[in-house]
Design a protein around this ligand. Structure first.
Ligand code: SF4
Ligand code: SF4
Length: 291
């Protein structure tokens, strides 16, 4: 059985991507949820998962200097273009591990063979259970910059879990923006659901993220959040979707009650089942599954 991967993305933060993902979760059956927004994971705030398993993830390698072999020649400092190394008491040291990109230049340049690369913890991965089924989520260690790899690991673990449990879908909360971590979250997925808002930056970032999905040949669809925030942009977003043949799956009006639900850490579609209209979320999931 092939597992369908649906990734919720947005060209920028603050569009309500995570509250939309959380609202979709109760309407998906037989699914694994994954939070791949590893730099700032917050789906757990709304889904309140019970952590069953936690592990450290080494998605990168860092320089390790043997002080016994180091002669203090300084060559590694000279060649490290990430400025990760320092001299202390006549020996090279790596004071800030996140700055090391594991490029190996120092390993090759060191005349004393004092440097090796060793696996380094870059984040934590959790396997959890929510009221709506299994969840896989992870968190990057602050300062680390390998979020794309952690996204890929989280996504794979969620898919493995879906296979193990016989689930038909994996619903992924992707990172905001269009950087490599976003590409990592959508490459090879069945659908990128782009959540946008009708503002200048929302429309601009929608175009950028859609362009990314197009380049890597991932199907996309649009959901307008906070529609009515500005009629100046809601209309053009509709026209953009139509002109580019992108399914526009729905519009969620700007609403104070919805915002308050999120602030209370509640899933909007659960506490406001008739908002924006009766059966909206159920129909939305049906539309998603047939694309
Ligand atoms: S290049 Fe090697 S020997 Fe020279 S300072 Fe760096 S670690 Fe020490
Ligand atoms: S592996 Fe590369 S980034 Fe890390 S300390 Fe060595 S030269 Fe610098």
């Amino acid at each position: 059985m092939s597992i369908k991967e649906i990734v919720v993305v947005s060209g920028k933060g603050g569009t309500g991507k995570t509250s939309v993902t959380a609202s979709l979760v109760p309407y998906f059956t037989n699914t694994v949820v994954a939070d791949c927004d590893v730099d700032a994971p917050d789906l757990d705030i709304l889904l309140d998962p019970k952590v069953l398993k936690r592990e450290n993830i080494s998605a990168t390698k860092k320089a390790l200097i043997d002080p016994e072999k180091c002669t203090g020649c300084g060559k590694c400092l000279e060649y490290c273009r990430f400025d990760a190394l320092r001299m202390e008491a006549g020996k090279a040291i790596l004071p800030q591990a996140p700055k090391c990109e594991g490029c190996q230049v120092c390993v090759y340049i060191c005349p004393s063979e004092a440097i090796t690369l060793v696996p380094s913890d870059t984040g934590e991965l959790f396997e959890s259970e929510t009221a709506y089924g299994p969840m896989v989520h992870s968190r990057l260690i602050p300062g680390e910059e390998v979020s794309g790899r952690l996204v890929a690991i989280t996504r794979k673990r969620a898919k493995d879990k879906a296979e193990e449990l016989g689930c038909e879908t994996v619903l992924i909360d992707g990172p905001p923006g269009v950087a490599c971590n976003v590409i990592s979250s959508i490459t090879g997925a069945d659908l990128a659901l782009i959540v946008t808002e009708p503002t200048v930056s929302g429309f601009h970032d929608l175009k950028r993220v859609w362009d990314t999905t197009r380049k890597i040949r991932v199907k996309s669809a649009i959901l307008i959040n906070k529609s009515g925030l500005s009629n100046e942009f809601t209309g053009p977003i509709r026209e953009f979707a139509k002109a580019n043949d992108i399914p526009l799956l729905g519009e969620i009006p700007l609403d104070d009650e919805l915002r308050r639900a999120v602030n209370r850490r509640e899933i909007p579609s659960v506490v406001l089942p008739n908002f924006p209209e009766n059966l909206f979320w159920k129909k939305l999931v049906e539309k998603i599954l047939v694309i």
